[in-house]
Design a protein around this ligand. Structure first.
Ligand code: GDP
Length: 531
């Protein structure tokens, strides 16, 4: 396939890790190497809490977790690198999942002392489902950690694909001497406590082995043995295998010391894929491949976020450009509603400064500021008829009903829930036979965020009450008759979600099984793909 130069020079990746592995630190260091063009969501603001963002971000600060995900664009070696941060907390894994649909590769950060942790495992699963190529960075080598070979074994087992070390550490913790670049056969020497640019660290060629052996003694010998062992045990790096998510290149380093970081950035540029083709769902249900170089502009909304500035009521739809070129003033159409989209602004990031987009190409992330009319999963084009596949909603596992403390605020509640539902902050279900609205979540914290935001942004004070439902399943049926029979019999357990898709609210796994047995022509889906 041929690529235009603009497409070919783009790299769009997500950075994934368990909280505290060093994602924020690594991101900051990556930016040092580049002319950072746009920084969204404020990497620094998040930890330093210098900036007053919206109220609901308080929750994030209090808990020291990332609720929102942010987007950064930077220039490095003639490449445009789009970096997408992902929320680390498991209660926001839905949000992370959607971010991962917007990227072409992932950078996985692992803490050398902790190995592959719980949240990383979940993220890996998502990448595996989509065959997203993964680059692995083993961080905090300046601290006492686990044996590198043991770590590689663990990554290999969890990823289900072989690891190919691209660098190798000499020593660890207090005795961390540096890393060997296996390709260039040279060692970059580490200075504890220093934060320099990569090129300021001393580099020694492995030709001067004796010098290294003398300087690092036992650590050098052990590293040498391990490198020999890995040369035999690990496969050689194979670009095709990596791109097919069948092996992961592994880098060692220390993010906080900016050590071993540039190697990762180089790998992203040299190895990670340029924007790839994506699939659209045709009217007959079949899938069609859309090349990033197609002339028509198209993109998909993978995230909707309320304005960080509480004095604005607008929202930003994050769009991954999938094909063509965006230019200001272009006519845009939302495929679901067939309506024209007239954004008040189109930006490359959201933070204190908003910058207008001059042009954007496949792989870029742009933000459309709107007052509504855009939902998660929407496809936006220059007019061409096209619907991208695959932005899934998971059936919630936790439900609560909403009770208003002040009944006069019912309108505001409706508006608030509609918007929060469209953002994917929570799933809102309206029971068919009336009654209190149901909120569905995958993680408990989502309820707290919604309660907090309803108060802060809409002035609505709610009480959340437990309810009898334990799950939801989206419904389809083989025939209209089967559907009618089913809905007639189960009226009290039916609800419509934000996209007006019918769902069966189950009270237990047993309940679901029994109902499914009674209605063999009805299908119960735990996932809803936007269509
Ligand atoms: P995140 O939650 O994954 O974004 O992690 P952070 O980037 O906030 O890092 C968590 C903690 O680990 C912070 O205190 C960092 O200073 C520290 N840290 C990050 N990288 C390194 C490293 O290479 N070595 C050491 N010793 N600490 C690190």
């Amino acid at each position: 396939m041929s690529f235009t130069p603009e497409t070919r020079r783009r790299r769009t990746f997500a950075i994934i890790s368990h909280p505290d592995a060093g994602k924020t630190t690594l991101t900051e260091k990556l930016l040092l190497f580049s002319g950072a063009i746009h920084i969204a969501g404020a990497v620094k603001g998040r930890k330093a809490s210098r900036h007053a963002t919206s109220d609901w971000m308080e929750i994030e600060k209090q808990r020291g977790i990332s609720v929102a995900s942010s987007v950064m664009q930077m220039l490095y070696r003639e490449h445009v690198v789009n970096l997408l941060d992902t929320p680390g907390h498991k209660d926001f894994s839905e949000d992370t999942y959607r971010v991962l649909t917007a990227v072409d590769s992932a950078l996985m950060v692992i803490d050398a002392a902790n190995g592959v942790e719980a949240q990383t495992k979940r993220l890996i699963e998502v990448c595996r489902q989509r065959d997203t190529p993964i680059i692995t960075f083993i961080n905090k080598m300046d601290r006492e950690g686990r044996d590198p070979i043991e770590l590689l074994d663990e990554v290999e087992a969890e990823l289900g694909m072989p690891c190919v070390p691209m660098t190798w550490p000499v020593g660890q913790g207090k005795g961390f001497g540096g890393i060997v670049n296996l390709r260039t056969q040279s060692m970059r020497l580490f200075d504890a406590g220093e934060d320099k640019r990569s090129d300021e660290y001393e580099v020694v060629s492995l030709d001067q082995r004796d010098k290294l052996a003398e300087r690092f003694g036992h650590d050098w010998e052990l590293a040498e043995q391990n490198m020999e062992l890995m040369a035999e045990a690990a496969p050689a790096f194979d670009l095709e295998q990596f791109l097919a998510a069948k092996q992961t290149p592994v880098f060692f380093g220390s993010a906080v010391n900016n050590f071993g970081v540039q190697e990762v950035l180089d790998a992203l540029v040299d190895l990670a894929p340029a924007p790839r083709p994506r699939f659209s769902t045709e009217k007959d249900g079949s899938h069609k491949e859309i090349a990033p170089d197609m002339a028509n502009f198209s993109g998909v909304v993978f995230k909707v976020q309320a304005n960080m500035d509480p004095s604005h009521r607008d929202r930003i739809a994050f769009v991954r450009v999938c094909s063509g070129k965006y230019t200001p003033g272009m006519k845009l159409k939302v495929q679901r509603s067939a309506k024209e989209l007239r954004p008040t602004s189109v930006v490359t990031f959201l933070s204190q400064r908003r910058e207008a987009v001059d042009e954007a190409f496949a792989g870029d992330i742009i933000g459309f500021t709107t007052h509504g009319g855009v939902q998660l999963g929407d496809t936006i084009t220059d007019g061409i008829s096209l619907q991208y596949t695959g932005l899934p909603f998971f059936a919630p596992e936790l439900f609560q009903t909403v009770e208003l403390k002040n009944p006069m605020k019912s309108k505001q509640l409706q508006a608030g829930l509609l918007q929060l539902g469209e953002e994917g902050a929570i799933q809102v279900f309206r029971p068919e036979v009336g009654g209190a609205m149901l909120l569905g979540a995958v993680g408990q914290l989502q309820f707290e965020v919604v309660q907090h935001r309803l108060m802060a942004e809409y002035g609505v004070d709610i009480r959340l009450m437990p309810c009898r439902f334990t799950g939801a399943r989206w419904i389809t049926a083989d025939t209209p008759e089967a559907m009618k029979k089913f809905t007639d019999e189960n009226a009290s357990k039916l609800a419509l979600d934000a996209a007006d898709t019918l769902a069966y609210m189950m009270t237990s796994a047993y309940d679901l099984r029994l109902t499914a047995e009674r209605h063999p022509q009805v299908h119960f889906h735990p996932l809803r793909e936007h269509a």
